[in-house]
Design a binder for this molecule. Structure first.
Ligand SMILES: CC(C)(COP(=O)(O)OP(=O)(O)OC[C@H]1O[C@@H](n2cnc3c(N)ncnc32)[C@H](O)[C@@H]1OP(=O)(O)O)[C@@H](O)C(=O)NCCC(=O)NCCS
Length: 194
């Protein structure tokens, strides 16, 4: 298919069609085999993946966002809200497990996924979005730094991959809330919403 015809979109998924679940599992398998960033180092098998994604939709603190290329799901990301008991961090959410299948990269889908998760977090009133990446995920590091995520920390033993211990980098972004409301974190470090 020609590049000019590539249609990209991102949406929140609240239930799966069989076709969407199949495409998401295909995309996940491909990303894991490519060295992917999803926690898994080897594809866990189709049934385990299907159960995993069906489970994600049932977790109250999680929202699943899917990236589509020409109508098919080719990637996803999770918005993870803090548990209700964590009042001290009730202003901060996490962006986790973002990936785009190798066959769909370079179309701006990861950027669109990130912006969609940010928009949703903002609309829910969160002031901070946190995320972390392996040091080897160079494309992701570049993406998030270009989108204004600030690296605040480094974990020296973040993951074990192929017998090697690798570092992890921790990022945050202050989300500017429309209407100029200020969150506790913004009060502390002096950043103000637009
Ligand atoms: C990181 C990843 C999600 C990017 O997906 P993508 O859809 O190809 O990214 P986009 O097309 O939206 O590119 C957006 C930005 O990402 C960066 N980027 C993407 N691919 C890149 C590459 N191969 N090398 C360097 N930077 C890259 C660039 O900053 C790019 O913006 P630019 O083109 O204006 O420079 C994808 O490579 C991936 O799934 N990697 C493995 C999993 C992972 O690292 N997940 C993130 C952390 S859990």
């Amino acid at each position: 298919m020609s590049e000019a015809l590539a249609q990209i979109s991102v949406e929140r998924i609240e239930e799966f069609t069989e076709e969407d679940l199949h495409a998401l599992c295909e995309a996940t398998d491909a990303a894991i085999i490519d060295g992917g960033g999803f926690g898994w180092l080897n594809p866990p098998g189709r049934l385990a993946l299907e159960n995993y994604f069906r489970g994600v939709l049932l977790v109250p603190e999680r929202e699943l966002f899917a990236a589509r290329l020409n109508g098919s799901i080719v990637g996803s990301a999770h918005l993870v809200r803090p548990p209700r008991n964590n009042e001290a961090q009730a202003f901060a959410a996490h962006l986790m497990h973002a990936f785009v299948a190798p066959y769909a990269r370079g179309h701006g889908l990861a950027r669109a996924l990130t912006l969609a998760v940010e928009e949703r977090a903002r609309s829910l009133g969160y002031h901070v979005l946190n995320l972390d990446v392996r040091e080897t995920q160079e494309a992701a590091i570049r993406l998030y730094e270009r989108l204004g995520y600030v690296r605040w920390g480094e974990h020296p033993a973040y993951a074990r991959v192929a017998g090697q211990t690798i570092r992890g980098f921790y990022y945050h972004k202050m989300l500017k809330i429309p209407g100029g409301r200020r969150g506790k974190a913004e009060d502390r470090n002096g950043e103000r919403p637009a």
